[in-house]
Design a protein around this ligand. Structure first.
Ligand code: SF4
Length: 379
């Protein structure tokens, strides 16, 4: 989707966000990053075996795991879990955006659905698409946010950001408490313990994953790491290179809640959701793994660092790619999820400066992958 690059709000917002993100890097992360990079490459080589181990470990923790090869498979799984008319709350997830989960639940399952990440809620109520992978609503002006929020909440409030956030907080509290289903993504999964790790700053993911009766995690198979320690390190790398280290929260969910406080008898659930589901999504990832160039993209931790250093993204914002996958990583991930032919038109916008490759914590030679995708235009 192209945006007018003379749109001053968009350009100023991008500059402001990129400056904030540029300043958040810690040198001692380098060692951790090397470990994560090596382990992620190894996991992609042996992904099938890690998927089996993860399913076994998660099942032992009373988590119901579903494998979904395509978007339609994800939809069928959700139809079985989510009853028509349910109230669902979502926390920010690129995979949910990739699969258009909100629209599916609203239009096909007839649910009431609310995004709970403030940026995503802003996009929902203004009917916009994300313009950055970690700061999705950076192009939306405060005036537009206030106008849309007043319509939804029917409240009067000033333009002070603190007051706007208070209104959103009040609005969403009611949704969390009444929600039947909470849907999150995951930043990493641990094969040895079946754990799900979610990085966040707002505190919404912990409410979405703990208050509703059912918690559904929808995430890509490539998020699996061998151990809970590797999964944790992945989260540290992700938030460091995203410029938000330390993130306010790293949630670790290793099964249903339980208690043994009454005569040491185990009772589950205790106070968390009654059921926890994980939908492991393929949607092109296995196909990408069979392509020796494109498979590099699967090690991406989605930190957004490559966007910060990309002159094309800085000029055209979300016009460089197709939301949610925008910027250099977005070109690669559009190819993974929608095919190389489809992504080639975005690859053609690349200037070939190589800043993305130089700054990627996972050492992905993004410039080479994009050049490879662009070749599809000439075939
Ligand atoms: S390609 Fe590299 S820099 Fe870009 S989001 Fe992925 S891990 Fe981060």
């Amino acid at each position: 989707m192209w945006r007018d690059i003379s749109d001053n709000i968009l350009r100023r917002s991008i500059e402001r966000v990129l400056n904030i993100l540029r300043s958040g890097y810690y040198d001692y992360i380098n060692e951790i990053t090397k470990v994560v990079r090596e382990v992620k490459r190894d996991v992609i080589e042996k992904l099938d075996s890690y998927v089996s181990t993860f399913i076994e470990s998660a099942s032992k923790r009373e988590i119901e795991v579903h494998l979904a090869e395509t978007r339609d498979d994800v939809y069928s799984i959700l139809r079985r879990i989510v009853s028509p008319g349910s109230l669902a709350v979502l926390s920010k997830s690129m995979v949910c955006e990739e699969l258009k989960i909100r629209k599916f639940l609203i239009n096909d399952v007839h649910c009431e659905v609310w995004e709970t990440d403030i940026g995503e809620l802003i996009l929902q109520i203004t009917d916009e698409v994300p313009s950055h992978i970690t700061a999705p609503s950076l192009h939306v002006s405060r005036d537009r946010i206030i106008e849309a929020l007043k319509k939804v909440t029917r409240e009067e409030f000033s333009s002070d950001p603190e007051e706007i956030v208070k209104v959103i907080r009040r609005f969403l509290r009611d949704k969390y408490v009444r929600a039947d289903v909470g849907i999150t993504g995951a930043n990493a999964l641990a094969a040895d313990t079946g754990s799900v790790l979610i990085v966040e700053n707002e505190g919404n993911a912990r409410l979405v994953s703990s208050l509703p009766r059912v918690h559904i995690v929808i995430t890509g198979v490539e998020k699996i790491m061998p151990t809970i320690l590797h999964a944790f390190l992945t989260c540290i790398v992700q938030c460091s290179y995203a410029g938000s280290f330390p993130s306010a929260y790293i949630n670790i969910i290793s099964g249903r809640s339980y208690t043994t406080d009454i005569e040491r008898i185990r009772v589950s659930p205790a106070q968390g959701p009654e059921r926890v589901h994980i939908v492991l999504v393929d949607n092109g990832r296995t196909r990408a793994r069979e392509d020796k160039t494109l498979k590099e993209a699967l090690t991406c931790v989605r930190c957004g660092r490559c966007l910060i250093h990309c002159p094309v993204y800085q000029s055209v914002g979300p016009g460089y790619g197709e939301p949610p996958y925008i910027g250099p990583m977005g070109v690669m991930w559009t190819a993974v999820t929608r095919g190389i032919d489809y992504a080639a038109k975005y690859a053609d916008m690349c200037l070939g400066c190589g800043n993305c490759s130089k700054n990627c914590p996972m050492g992905i030679d993004i410039r080479r992958v994009i050049a490879y995708i662009r070749r599809a235009l000439r075939q």
